[in-house]
Design a protein. Structure first.
Length: 444
């Protein structure tokens, strides 16, 4: 028997939001009803996605959304974080796809009817291919195109949304997509990553202006992913290396958005790797946000390498890891929240993603995902501890509602609290969903 969730007082308050998250490309399918995006193209590249799969059907959420929303309600979540697929809204000729808008409006209406708060992300990595053809995030114009798209969405959705997120994890779009090429569009080159990142951050800032203009009362912000970095040893070299890793991967995104300045690392970058920053950009990027979304999965140990470089070490053999080979380290979330709190003047925080992939098996119609239950429990505990130390966290979203298309891993990695049989599209709540649900209901 899987143990029950312990009721955590700090997270039990009526004003603490408990939600569950998904993203459009990972679950929707129905790709024939929209423009192609960079992930459709990337999936066609041999070897790019481990199981050679794609997002054409995914969880068929486009057709099954009603049952999926009913499930969120039955499980007892307060909120649903999902994303809007840009190429489902804007066509290559610049016109608006009304059918695409209607799909999301129906979801918003249903959430409203059921009293579930809608947390809407505008960009979870599906750049329209027609924009990539013009240079994608290496082209400054893409940032302005994003603001135009944000205007269309915010105008259509009105007050049906509880909170907007401009971008999900610009680090992944920029570094994984344009520097090491393991995500779409698969570009490789040290000279690209930080340029793409600057245009993404600019897109965030321009969209913030649009959202403030159209829906000033709806909280808007940015979602960043953070790894907590620790030195592999207590040597000065490893400590320095750790700061460098943190500057590249965490502060490169948090600092411009929160302070209007890149980390000092900017000065030491070779000219070819520096972003082109135009006058006024940093003020746009650092527009005040109502909240910052924090996605956390794991920590990493950092080791110094010759020449002032660093290496991120794989987890040691004796530590618990997930099916992604990510170390399970709840204390990293607590440390991260305290670190952010100490280093920045923060708006309220939401944990917008946290969860794990496990090699789940269905046995007698059940999935006993014991490790996930523990993972969630301990990470929620870490959030509560950070709150007790004064960090202002307003909500926590589990990643993810459903097993889904896990990017370069295809359908091989299951992050859902609800199991999906990809042949039949049958949904089966795992023990983690059932335990969470018990707790959510007690809490109400
Ligand atoms: C995050 C992504 C999300 C999911 C999880 C496992 O980086 O935002 O889409 O893939 O990782």
């Amino acid at each position: 028997m899987t143990k029950s969730f312990t009721l955590n007082k700090v997270l039990s308050g009526a004003d603490f939001t408990m939600g569950v998250a998904t993203s459009s490309f990972q679950i929707e399918g129905a790709s024939e009803l929209r423009e192609p995006c960079i992930w459709d193209t990337f999936c066609q590249v041999p070897g790019a996605v481990k199981d050679s799969s794609d997002g054409r059907t995914a969880c068929d959420h486009y057709h099954l959304w009603q049952q999926d929303i009913a499930l969120i309600d039955e499980l007892g979540f307060d909120a649903y974080r999902f994303s809007v697929c840009w190429p489902r809204i804007i066509c290559a000729d610049g016109s608006v796809n009304q059918q695409g808008l209607s799909f999301y409006l129906a979801i918003l209406n249903e959430l409203q009817r059921r009293g579930i708060k809608a947390y809407v992300t505008l960009y979870h990595w599906e750049l329209p291919q027609f924009l990539e053809d013009e240079g994608g995030w290496l082209n400054r114009e893409t940032a302005y195109a994003f603001a135009d798209y944000a205007r269309v969405v915010a105008t259509a959705f009105g007050d049906k949304v509880s909170a907007y997120t401009t971008l999900n994890e610009p680090y992944c779009s920029a570094f994984l997509g344009y520097e090491i090429g393991v995500h779409a569009p698969g570009k490789v080159g040290k000279q690209y990553g930080k340029k793409a990142a600057h245009h993404l951050l600019l897109a965030h800032g321009l969209a913030m202006q649009v959202l403030t203009d159209i829906c000033p009362d709806i909280p808007s912000g940015l979602v960043l992913n953070f790894t907590t970095y620790y030195p592999a040893t207590q040597s000065d070299a490893d400590k320095q290396a750790t700061l460098l890793a943190k500057a590249h991967f965490n502060d490169w995104y948090a600092s411009p958005a929160l302070t209007g300045q890149y980390p000092p690392l900017l000065e030491s970058l070779p000219a070819a790797e520096r972003p082109v920053i135009e006058p006024g950009d940093m003020a746009i990027i650092s527009a005040p946000m109502a909240y910052l979304g924090v996605n956390y999965y794991t920590r990493a140990l950092v080791q110094a390498c010759p020449g002032g470089h660093f290496e991120i070490l794989p987890p040691a053999d004796n530590v618990p890891v997930t099916a992604m080979n990510w170390e399970i380290y709840p204390q990293g979330l607590r440390d991260l929240l305290l670190q952010l709190h100490n280093e920045y003047d923060l708006p309220p925080l939401f944990i917008t993603e946290n969860g794990m992939a496990e090699d789940d098996v269905v046995q007698n119609g059940q999935v006993h995902d014991k490790v996930r239950v523990n993972y969630l429990q301990h990470h929620m505990q870490a959030v509560a501890e950070a709150m007790e130390h004064g960090v202002d966290v307003r909500g926590y979203f589990v990643w993810s509602l459903l097993d889904n298309f896990e990017w370069a891993e295809g359908y091989l990695k299951r992050f859902g609290i609800v199991h999906v049989d990809f042949d039949t599209q049958q949904r089966l709540p795992k023990q983690s969903a059932l335990k969470l649900s018990e707790w959510l209901k007690q809490r109400r």
